[in-house]
Design a protein around this ligand. Structure first.
Ligand SMILES: [Zn+2]
Length: 285
């Protein structure tokens, strides 16, 4: 190991073939954030580069400045070797899970600037891969938890806990710190009644979600019929406290986030639509 070599824990977040057998990769590393590396004979040498440098796998790698002495930000590193740090037999053997894993990779990659360590985003991606590798099929709740944690870590989560305009807590939510696990108030105690999965009760006007405003808008602040309706049953999922069955329209919560994500990224991630159909599957996947 030369003086400038650096050990990294990394995911492959982009992979481009070049020349006969070389690869240019973007790695998301725990230590240095997102970096570009050149892997000479990356498609050939299975001894130096394990598991085909596949996405969704946790690797340990060794990188070196591509020109000795030049390690300024933005320069291409040379990838000396990459070995699998944690096998993921279930995840990598199931195409549907790989599709979801690659969407997750793309989402996190888009939020990571070059060469800035993002340990929190790295960790959320790592946790989600661990979940995708468990035998039990991932649920909508798992998907939401992942996206929500990524948006929060990136500082671009919409306001879903109160009206963006007047700060009134959203329906079914206590006015102040609260919302601890197990502290569910009786239905209707705060805000509008929350009645389980069909919480958008006729008893009061519903709250809406506005991309333009940056989150929830209460009826008094001008919630319009054109806005998607906020279901109070989603509070549990938002707080990560729900342990019972998912509200039946949890998929609608994920649909709510889609235009938001595309807006903050300023681009569309096509794999998100694929994920929606995979999560809709009624069989194990
Ligand atoms: Zn309001």
């Amino acid at each position: 190991m030369a003086a400038n070599d650096l050990a990294v824990t990394a995911f492959v977040v982009r992979r481009v073939t070049t020349g006969e057998s070389d690869l240019v990769l973007s790695l998301l590393t725990r230590e240095r954030g997102k970096i570009d590396v050149y892997a000479r004979a990356g498609r050939k040498s299975r001894r130096r580069f394990q598991a085909g440098l596949s996405p969704c796998l946790l690797f340990q790698g060794m990188i070196a400045p591509s020109r000795r002495g030049s390690s300024r930000p933005g320069s291409l590193w040379s990838l000396e070797e990459m070995i699998v740090a944690r096998p993921a037999a279930v995840l990598t053997s199931r195409p549907s899970r790989m599709v979801v894993g690659q969407y997750a990779t793309e989402l996190v990659r888009e939020f990571c600037p070059p060469e800035v360590p993002e340990p929190e985003l790295f960790q959320h991606l790592d946790d989600f891969f661990v979940r995708l590798d468990q035998p039990r099929s991932p649920s909508w709740r798992d998907w939401f938890a992942f996206e929500w944690s990524v948006l929060t870590a990136a500082g671009v989560a919409p306001e879903l806990r109160a009206c963006v305009l007047c700060r009134r807590p959203s329906p079914g939510r206590r006015p102040s710190p609260g919302n601890l696990p197990g502290s569910r108030e009786p239905s209707g105690a705060y805000g509008e009644p929350s009645g389980g999965s069909r919480g958008r009760s006729a008893a009061g006007p519903s709250w809406g979600f506005s991309e333009a405003a940056g989150g929830l808008v209460c009826p008094s602040c001008g919630q319009s019929p054109a806005m998607p309706v906020w279901n109070p049953a989603w509070n549990d999922i938002l707080d990560g406290t729900g342990s019972g069955p998912e509200p039946e329209d949890t998929p609608a919560l994920l649909a709510l986030l889609e235009p938001w994500i595309f807006q903050v990224l300023n681009r569309k991630l096509y794999a998100r639509g694929l994920c929606r159909s995979i999560f809709s599957s009624s069989t194990e996947w």
